[in-house]
Ligand binder design. Sequence first.
Ligand SMILES: O=C([O-])CC(=O)C(=O)O
Ligand SMILES: [Mg+2]
Length: 389
Amino acid sequence: MSVRIVDVREITKPISSPIRNAYIDFTKMTTSLVAVVTDVVRDGRRVVGYGFNSNGRYGQGGLIRERFAARILDADPKSLLDASGDNLDPDKVWAAMMSNEKPGGHGERSVAVGTIDMAVWDAVAKISGKPLFRLLAERHGVAANPRVFVYAAGGYYYPGKDLAMLRAEMRGYLDRGYNVVKMKIGGAPIDEDRTRIEAVLKEIGKDAQLAVDANGRFNLETGIAYAKMLRDYPLFWYEEAGDPLDYALQAALAEFYPGPMATGENLFSHQDARNLIRYGGMRPDRDWLQFDCALSYGLCEYQRTLEVLKTHGWSPSRCIPHGGHQMSLNIAAGLGLGGNESYPDLFQPYGGFPDGISVENGHITMPDLPGIGFEGKSDLYKEMKALAE
Ligand SMILES: O=C([O-])CC(=O)C(=O)O
Ligand SMILES: [Mg+2]
Protein backbone atom coordinates (compact mmCIF):
# COMPACT_ATOMS: atom_id res chain seq x y z
CA MET A 1 0.00 0.00 0.00
CA SER A 2 1.36 3.38 -0.90
CA VAL A 3 1.22 6.08 1.75
CA ARG A 4 2.00 9.57 0.67
CA ILE A 5 1.56 13.03 2.11
CA VAL A 6 -0.03 14.94 -0.78
CA ASP A 7 -0.50 18.31 0.95
CA VAL A 8 0.18 20.18 4.19
CA ARG A 9 -2.27 23.06 4.70
CA GLU A 10 -2.25 25.81 7.33
CA ILE A 11 -4.71 28.49 8.34
CA THR A 12 -4.29 30.96 11.20
CA LYS A 13 -7.40 31.21 13.38
CA PRO A 14 -8.33 33.61 16.19
CA ILE A 15 -8.59 32.28 19.76
CA SER A 16 -8.87 35.75 21.24
CA SER A 17 -10.64 36.79 24.43
CA PRO A 18 -10.41 39.71 26.91
CA ILE A 19 -8.61 37.61 29.55
CA ARG A 20 -5.23 38.58 30.99
CA ASN A 21 -2.57 36.71 32.95
CA ALA A 22 0.34 38.36 34.78
CA TYR A 23 2.29 38.66 31.54
CA ILE A 24 0.04 38.95 28.47
CA ASP A 25 -3.53 39.55 27.41
CA PHE A 26 -5.23 37.32 24.86
CA THR A 27 -7.04 40.00 22.85
CA LYS A 28 -5.04 39.18 19.71
CA MET A 29 -4.22 35.51 20.34
CA THR A 30 -4.25 33.16 17.33
CA THR A 31 -3.47 29.52 16.61
CA SER A 32 -2.35 27.66 13.49
CA LEU A 33 -4.64 24.90 12.31
CA VAL A 34 -2.81 22.37 10.13
CA ALA A 35 -4.00 19.51 7.92
CA VAL A 36 -1.68 16.77 6.69
CA VAL A 37 -3.51 15.30 3.72
CA THR A 38 -2.59 11.74 2.70
CA ASP A 39 -3.51 9.55 -0.25
CA VAL A 40 -4.79 6.79 2.06
CA VAL A 41 -8.49 5.97 2.09
CA ARG A 42 -10.15 4.48 5.19
CA ASP A 43 -13.87 3.67 5.36
CA GLY A 44 -14.38 5.42 2.05
CA ARG A 45 -12.70 8.66 3.18
CA ARG A 46 -9.30 10.19 2.61
CA VAL A 47 -7.16 10.13 5.77
CA VAL A 48 -6.30 13.65 6.90
CA GLY A 49 -4.33 14.31 10.09
CA TYR A 50 -4.98 17.52 11.99
CA GLY A 51 -3.05 19.62 14.46
CA PHE A 52 -3.03 23.04 16.10
CA ASN A 53 -0.59 24.89 18.28
CA SER A 54 -2.20 24.84 21.70
CA ASN A 55 -2.45 28.40 23.05
CA GLY A 56 -0.18 31.17 24.27
CA ARG A 57 2.02 31.40 21.17
CA TYR A 58 0.66 32.87 17.95
CA GLY A 59 -0.09 31.21 14.60
CA GLN A 60 2.97 29.92 12.75
CA GLY A 61 1.83 30.19 9.13
CA GLY A 62 5.00 31.85 7.87
CA LEU A 63 7.39 29.24 9.27
CA ILE A 64 5.11 26.38 8.30
CA ARG A 65 4.69 27.47 4.70
CA GLU A 66 8.25 28.66 4.06
CA ARG A 67 10.18 25.83 5.70
CA PHE A 68 8.48 22.95 7.45
CA ALA A 69 5.58 22.02 5.16
CA ALA A 70 7.78 22.66 2.15
CA ARG A 71 10.45 20.19 3.35
CA ILE A 72 7.88 17.43 3.87
CA LEU A 73 6.44 17.94 0.41
CA ASP A 74 9.92 18.08 -1.15
CA ALA A 75 11.07 14.85 0.54
CA ASP A 76 11.13 11.53 -1.33
CA PRO A 77 7.79 10.00 -0.15
CA LYS A 78 9.50 6.62 0.46
CA SER A 79 11.94 8.28 2.90
CA LEU A 80 8.98 9.13 5.20
CA LEU A 81 7.67 5.57 5.56
CA ASP A 82 8.08 3.08 8.40
CA ALA A 83 9.80 -0.31 7.90
CA SER A 84 6.57 -2.00 6.74
CA GLY A 85 6.03 0.71 4.14
CA ASP A 86 2.35 0.73 5.14
CA ASN A 87 2.40 3.85 7.27
CA LEU A 88 4.30 7.07 7.82
CA ASP A 89 7.15 7.07 10.33
CA PRO A 90 6.61 10.19 12.48
CA ASP A 91 10.33 10.37 13.36
CA LYS A 92 11.28 10.35 9.69
CA VAL A 93 8.80 13.11 8.91
CA TRP A 94 10.21 15.01 11.90
CA ALA A 95 13.77 14.58 10.63
CA ALA A 96 12.75 15.85 7.18
CA MET A 97 11.20 18.95 8.75
CA MET A 98 14.32 19.62 10.80
CA SER A 99 16.87 19.15 8.03
CA ASN A 100 19.28 22.11 7.80
CA GLU A 101 18.11 23.53 11.15
CA LYS A 102 20.92 24.36 13.60
CA PRO A 103 20.67 23.20 17.23
CA GLY A 104 19.87 25.51 20.16
CA GLY A 105 17.95 28.78 20.29
CA HIS A 106 14.62 27.11 19.71
CA GLY A 107 12.55 30.28 19.20
CA GLU A 108 9.13 29.49 17.80
CA ARG A 109 10.11 26.96 15.14
CA SER A 110 9.34 24.40 17.87
CA VAL A 111 5.72 25.56 17.74
CA ALA A 112 5.51 25.26 13.96
CA VAL A 113 7.06 21.77 14.04
CA GLY A 114 4.92 20.70 17.02
CA THR A 115 1.75 21.66 15.20
CA ILE A 116 2.61 19.64 12.08
CA ASP A 117 3.86 16.75 14.23
CA MET A 118 0.44 16.58 15.93
CA ALA A 119 -1.22 16.24 12.52
CA VAL A 120 1.28 13.55 11.44
CA TRP A 121 0.57 11.43 14.56
CA ASP A 122 -3.17 11.88 14.02
CA ALA A 123 -2.76 10.55 10.46
CA VAL A 124 -0.52 7.65 11.56
CA ALA A 125 -3.00 6.50 14.22
CA LYS A 126 -5.93 6.83 11.78
CA ILE A 127 -4.05 4.80 9.14
CA SER A 128 -3.49 2.14 11.84
CA GLY A 129 -7.20 2.33 12.66
CA LYS A 130 -6.49 2.95 16.36
CA PRO A 131 -6.82 5.68 18.96
CA LEU A 132 -3.45 7.40 19.34
CA PHE A 133 -3.25 6.54 23.05
CA ARG A 134 -3.53 2.81 22.27
CA LEU A 135 -0.96 3.03 19.46
CA LEU A 136 1.45 4.81 21.82
CA ALA A 137 1.00 2.31 24.63
CA GLU A 138 1.65 -0.56 22.18
CA ARG A 139 4.79 1.09 20.82
CA HIS A 140 6.16 1.53 24.33
CA GLY A 141 5.07 -1.89 25.60
CA VAL A 142 2.96 -0.40 28.40
CA ALA A 143 -0.72 -0.66 29.32
CA ALA A 144 -2.95 2.23 28.29
CA ASN A 145 -5.16 3.78 30.93
CA PRO A 146 -8.08 5.61 29.33
CA ARG A 147 -8.99 7.32 32.63
CA VAL A 148 -7.11 10.63 32.81
CA PHE A 149 -6.94 13.27 35.57
CA VAL A 150 -7.90 16.74 34.33
CA TYR A 151 -8.01 20.06 36.13
CA ALA A 152 -9.86 23.26 35.31
CA ALA A 153 -7.66 26.24 34.41
CA GLY A 154 -9.11 29.72 34.50
CA GLY A 155 -9.24 32.40 37.16
CA TYR A 156 -7.90 34.99 34.73
CA TYR A 157 -7.99 38.72 35.26
CA TYR A 158 -10.37 40.63 33.04
CA PRO A 159 -12.07 44.00 33.05
CA GLY A 160 -14.78 44.34 35.70
CA LYS A 161 -14.18 40.87 37.18
CA ASP A 162 -14.81 40.98 40.94
CA LEU A 163 -14.49 38.38 43.68
CA ALA A 164 -18.08 37.22 43.29
CA MET A 165 -17.45 36.51 39.60
CA LEU A 166 -14.22 34.68 40.38
CA ARG A 167 -15.99 32.54 42.95
CA ALA A 168 -18.88 31.82 40.58
CA GLU A 169 -16.40 30.75 37.89
CA MET A 170 -14.72 28.29 40.27
CA ARG A 171 -18.07 26.97 41.51
CA GLY A 172 -18.97 26.34 37.88
CA TYR A 173 -15.90 24.10 37.47
CA LEU A 174 -16.80 22.11 40.58
CA ASP A 175 -20.35 21.71 39.29
CA ARG A 176 -18.88 20.23 36.10
CA GLY A 177 -17.00 17.53 38.02
CA TYR A 178 -13.53 19.02 38.51
CA ASN A 179 -11.76 18.71 41.85
CA VAL A 180 -8.66 20.82 41.08
CA VAL A 181 -9.02 24.39 39.79
CA LYS A 182 -6.39 26.96 38.81
CA MET A 183 -6.29 30.74 38.99
CA LYS A 184 -3.87 33.45 37.90
CA ILE A 185 -1.72 35.45 40.31
CA GLY A 186 0.91 38.15 39.82
CA GLY A 187 -1.32 40.45 37.77
CA ALA A 188 -2.41 42.40 40.85
CA PRO A 189 -0.65 43.61 44.02
CA ILE A 190 0.17 40.78 46.45
CA ASP A 191 -2.48 41.79 49.01
CA GLU A 192 -5.16 41.76 46.34
CA ASP A 193 -4.00 38.33 45.13
CA ARG A 194 -4.16 37.05 48.72
CA THR A 195 -7.77 38.25 48.93
CA ARG A 196 -8.57 36.56 45.61
CA ILE A 197 -6.98 33.29 46.76
CA GLU A 198 -8.85 33.35 50.08
CA ALA A 199 -12.13 34.02 48.27
CA VAL A 200 -11.60 31.01 46.01
CA LEU A 201 -10.52 28.74 48.86
CA LYS A 202 -13.64 29.73 50.77
CA GLU A 203 -15.77 28.93 47.74
CA ILE A 204 -14.28 25.53 46.97
CA GLY A 205 -13.89 24.43 50.61
CA LYS A 206 -13.03 20.78 50.99
CA ASP A 207 -14.52 19.84 47.60
CA ALA A 208 -11.42 20.78 45.61
CA GLN A 209 -7.84 22.02 45.61
CA LEU A 210 -6.46 25.25 44.15
CA ALA A 211 -3.36 25.76 41.97
CA VAL A 212 -1.99 29.25 41.25
CA ASP A 213 -0.07 30.43 38.18
CA ALA A 214 2.20 33.51 38.01
CA ASN A 215 3.07 33.06 34.31
CA GLY A 216 6.76 33.79 34.83
CA ARG A 217 6.18 37.33 36.07
CA PHE A 218 8.25 37.44 39.28
CA ASN A 219 11.86 38.35 39.94
CA LEU A 220 13.53 36.45 42.78
CA GLU A 221 12.47 38.93 45.45
CA THR A 222 8.80 38.95 44.46
CA GLY A 223 8.79 35.19 43.87
CA ILE A 224 10.02 34.70 47.44
CA ALA A 225 7.48 37.20 48.83
CA TYR A 226 4.71 35.24 47.11
CA ALA A 227 6.17 31.93 48.28
CA LYS A 228 5.97 33.15 51.88
CA MET A 229 2.36 34.27 51.38
CA LEU A 230 1.29 31.15 49.48
CA ARG A 231 2.77 28.63 51.90
CA ASP A 232 0.03 29.62 54.38
CA TYR A 233 -2.43 27.76 52.13
CA PRO A 234 -2.71 24.08 51.12
CA LEU A 235 -2.24 24.72 47.40
CA PHE A 236 -2.14 22.06 44.70
CA TRP A 237 0.82 23.90 43.15
CA TYR A 238 2.65 27.24 42.74
CA GLU A 239 3.26 27.57 38.98
CA GLU A 240 5.84 29.38 36.86
CA ALA A 241 6.93 31.91 39.46
CA GLY A 242 9.86 33.35 37.50
CA ASP A 243 11.26 33.52 34.02
CA PRO A 244 10.97 30.03 32.47
CA LEU A 245 14.70 29.95 31.65
CA ASP A 246 15.89 31.19 35.07
CA TYR A 247 16.74 27.85 36.64
CA ALA A 248 18.66 29.40 39.54
CA LEU A 249 15.55 31.37 40.55
CA GLN A 250 13.42 28.22 40.44
CA ALA A 251 15.99 26.36 42.56
CA ALA A 252 16.21 29.18 45.12
CA LEU A 253 12.43 29.24 45.57
CA ALA A 254 12.39 25.68 46.89
CA GLU A 255 14.05 26.97 50.07
CA PHE A 256 11.03 29.16 50.73
CA TYR A 257 8.27 26.96 49.40
CA PRO A 258 8.03 23.39 50.70
CA GLY A 259 4.81 22.65 48.82
CA PRO A 260 4.52 21.47 45.20
CA MET A 261 5.67 23.75 42.42
CA ALA A 262 5.06 23.43 38.68
CA THR A 263 6.75 24.80 35.58
CA GLY A 264 7.86 23.97 32.04
CA GLU A 265 5.12 25.20 29.69
CA ASN A 266 7.56 27.66 28.11
CA LEU A 267 10.44 25.19 27.68
CA PHE A 268 10.40 24.02 24.11
CA SER A 269 12.89 21.17 23.73
CA HIS A 270 14.27 18.13 25.52
CA GLN A 271 17.51 20.05 26.04
CA ASP A 272 15.68 22.84 27.88
CA ALA A 273 13.74 20.28 29.90
CA ARG A 274 17.06 18.64 30.81
CA ASN A 275 18.45 21.97 31.99
CA LEU A 276 15.41 22.49 34.19
CA ILE A 277 15.91 19.06 35.73
CA ARG A 278 19.67 19.57 36.11
CA TYR A 279 19.68 23.10 37.45
CA GLY A 280 16.14 24.09 38.51
CA GLY A 281 16.05 22.28 41.85
CA MET A 282 12.75 20.60 40.96
CA ARG A 283 11.81 17.80 43.37
CA PRO A 284 10.64 14.53 41.79
CA ASP A 285 8.63 13.58 44.87
CA ARG A 286 6.27 16.58 44.70
CA ASP A 287 6.80 18.96 41.77
CA TRP A 288 5.06 18.95 38.38
CA LEU A 289 6.35 19.35 34.81
CA GLN A 290 4.16 21.07 32.25
CA PHE A 291 5.95 20.74 28.88
CA ASP A 292 3.38 21.04 26.08
CA CYS A 293 4.26 18.94 23.03
CA ALA A 294 2.32 21.24 20.68
CA LEU A 295 4.66 24.11 21.55
CA SER A 296 7.83 22.06 21.80
CA TYR A 297 8.51 20.12 18.57
CA GLY A 298 5.67 17.64 19.04
CA LEU A 299 5.36 14.10 20.32
CA CYS A 300 8.57 12.88 18.64
CA GLU A 301 10.44 15.35 20.85
CA TYR A 302 8.18 14.77 23.88
CA GLN A 303 9.24 11.11 23.86
CA ARG A 304 12.86 12.27 24.06
CA THR A 305 11.90 14.54 26.95
CA LEU A 306 10.31 11.58 28.75
CA GLU A 307 13.58 9.66 28.22
CA VAL A 308 15.53 12.54 29.78
CA LEU A 309 13.18 12.48 32.76
CA LYS A 310 13.60 8.72 33.16
CA THR A 311 17.39 9.08 33.12
CA HIS A 312 17.12 11.60 35.94
CA GLY A 313 14.78 9.50 38.06
CA TRP A 314 11.53 11.26 37.19
CA SER A 315 8.33 9.34 36.54
CA PRO A 316 6.09 10.35 33.60
CA SER A 317 3.34 10.60 36.22
CA ARG A 318 4.90 13.91 37.37
CA CYS A 319 3.96 15.46 34.00
CA ILE A 320 0.68 17.35 33.60
CA PRO A 321 1.05 19.22 30.31
CA HIS A 322 -0.06 22.75 29.60
CA GLY A 323 -2.51 23.43 26.81
CA GLY A 324 -5.75 21.55 27.35
CA HIS A 325 -5.73 19.70 24.02
CA GLN A 326 -6.66 16.17 23.06
CA MET A 327 -3.10 15.39 21.92
CA SER A 328 -1.83 15.56 25.50
CA LEU A 329 -4.86 13.58 26.69
CA ASN A 330 -3.71 10.78 24.37
CA ILE A 331 -0.15 10.96 25.65
CA ALA A 332 -1.42 10.91 29.22
CA ALA A 333 -3.64 7.85 28.60
CA GLY A 334 -1.00 6.07 26.50
CA LEU A 335 2.21 6.78 28.40
CA GLY A 336 1.07 7.26 31.98
CA LEU A 337 1.33 11.00 32.49
CA GLY A 338 -0.18 12.44 35.65
CA GLY A 339 -3.02 14.11 33.77
CA ASN A 340 -3.76 17.08 31.58
CA GLU A 341 -4.84 20.70 31.82
CA SER A 342 -8.25 21.77 30.58
CA TYR A 343 -9.87 25.18 30.09
CA PRO A 344 -13.60 24.55 30.39
CA ASP A 345 -14.60 27.99 29.09
CA LEU A 346 -11.64 29.16 27.03
CA PHE A 347 -9.87 28.69 23.68
CA GLN A 348 -12.85 26.99 22.07
CA PRO A 349 -13.35 25.09 19.87
CA TYR A 350 -9.71 23.95 20.02
CA GLY A 351 -9.36 22.71 23.58
CA GLY A 352 -11.55 20.30 25.50
CA PHE A 353 -12.92 16.81 25.04
CA PRO A 354 -14.93 14.88 22.45
CA ASP A 355 -18.69 15.49 22.64
CA GLY A 356 -20.46 13.62 25.41
CA ILE A 357 -17.34 13.19 27.57
CA SER A 358 -17.93 14.53 31.04
CA VAL A 359 -15.60 15.03 33.99
CA GLU A 360 -16.26 12.81 36.97
CA ASN A 361 -14.27 13.15 40.18
CA GLY A 362 -11.66 15.12 38.27
CA HIS A 363 -11.19 12.47 35.57
CA ILE A 364 -12.36 11.80 32.03
CA THR A 365 -12.40 8.50 30.17
CA MET A 366 -11.01 8.51 26.64
CA PRO A 367 -13.38 7.22 23.96
CA ASP A 368 -12.03 4.74 21.41
CA LEU A 369 -11.90 7.07 18.40
CA PRO A 370 -9.27 6.55 15.68
CA GLY A 371 -6.41 9.04 15.75
CA ILE A 372 -6.36 11.85 18.29
CA GLY A 373 -10.15 11.86 18.35
CA PHE A 374 -10.86 15.29 16.83
CA GLU A 375 -13.70 13.83 14.75
CA GLY A 376 -15.58 13.29 18.03
CA LYS A 377 -15.65 17.01 18.81
CA SER A 378 -18.13 18.47 16.33
CA ASP A 379 -17.36 22.20 16.70
CA LEU A 380 -13.64 21.55 16.23
CA TYR A 381 -14.05 19.06 13.42
CA LYS A 382 -16.19 21.55 11.52
CA GLU A 383 -13.20 23.95 11.40
CA MET A 384 -10.83 21.14 10.46
CA LYS A 385 -13.01 19.79 7.68
CA ALA A 386 -13.31 23.25 6.17
CA LEU A 387 -9.51 23.30 5.80
CA ALA A 388 -9.02 19.97 4.09
CA GLU A 389 -12.05 17.90 3.11
O1 LIG B 1 -2.33 32.02 30.61
C1 LIG B 1 -1.66 31.24 29.92
O2 LIG B 1 -0.77 31.61 29.13
C2 LIG B 1 -1.91 29.78 30.04
C3 LIG B 1 -1.16 29.18 31.16
O3 LIG B 1 -0.22 29.69 31.71
C4 LIG B 1 -1.61 27.88 31.67
O4 LIG B 1 -2.58 27.35 31.16
O5 LIG B 1 -0.96 27.37 32.59
MG1 LIG C 1 0.73 28.36 33.15
